[in-house]
Ligand binder design. Structure first.
Ligand code: UDP
Length: 241
């Protein structure tokens, strides 16, 4: 099996290379494909919200965004090959897209952030086409969908935070004229430079959460999800089939 069932969600056992290859392949298909990138907080939420579990499992690819998910799979005796964080996946996908002249639409974050991210991305990945941008604080879905559909992007990054972004992609999957959509949390803030990603040391040692906690102490309550997730996997994880 190429996935591990973590609290009901089928996380793919992909390496980064597998994930990039699969994403490139999905971008060639006719209908919209979906990628979700859960961390332990998202998987804990899914375990308490069966409807959201179904939304996640409807994806064509689910990768382990956080180190907690990697440990969760290990606890279940069905290890993942590696962590495939959404941000890293996108960073590895962009050069492939740039080479083929593929386009990306950036949806999400505060007004101005997606535009700034777009400016930085075209500098970093020459050849990458920005199909369009829109902030994540909109009221009218139809207007945003019309803008996306007019641009017909190969890749749609939806960065509205969870569970909003996953639900938004899922609920609009039939209306969207794009090849591949990803729920990518705070990626646009990082591309824009408004939020710094943890230095490599933290990422490589599985303590990116610590860096985020130091930088944004207000995330403390949200971060309690990490130990709660660990305990749930340990004591109840094998009940999920
Ligand atoms: N956001 C948005 N619309 C909303 C709520 C949030 O565009 O209605 C954006 C927010 O500005 C931020 C991102 O969604 O850029 C969520 O970032 P966070 O770091 O919380 O993502 P997560 O930890 O959920 O991946």
């Amino acid at each position: 099996m190429d996935f591990v069932n973590i609290l009901g969600v089928h996380v793919n056992k992909y390496t980064m290379d597998d994930a990039v290859a699969k994403a490139s392949e999905l971008m060639e298909s006719d209908s919209l494909s979906m990628i979700f990138t859960p961390n332990s907080e998202i998987l804990l939420y899914a375990s308490e919200n069966p409807q959201f579990t179904d939304v996640l499992n409807s994806a064509d690819m689910i990768v382990a965004d956080g180190i907690g998910v990697v440990y969760g799979a290990k606890i279940l005796g069905n290890p993942l090959k590696e962590r495939v964080a959404g941000y890293d996946l996108v960073c590895n996908l962009f050069p492939v897209m740039a080479q083929k002249g593929k386009s990306v639409y950036l949806l999400g974050a505060k007004p101005g952030v997606a535009e700034l991210a777009a400016e930085n991305l075209v500098k970093k990945y020459p050849g990458l086409v920005i199909a369009g941008t829109h902030d994540g604080y909109f009221k009218n879905d139809d207007e945003v969908i019309a803008d996306i559909n007019a641009a017909a992007p190969d890749f749609l990054m939806v960065c509205l935070g969870f569970p909003k972004q996953e639900n938004w992609i899922y609920n609009n999957r039939q209306a969207l004229n794009a090849k591949l959509a990803i729920g990518a949390g705070g990626c646009l803030d990082v591309f824009a430079g408004t939020v710094k990603r943890a230095p490599e040391f933290y990422c490589n040692h599985g303590i990116e959460w610590l860096y985020r906690l130091i930088k944004q102490p207000s995330r403390f309550v949200r971060m309690l999800a990490l130990p709660k997730f660990g305990l749930k996997v340990l004591f109840k994880g094998r009940q999920y089939k």
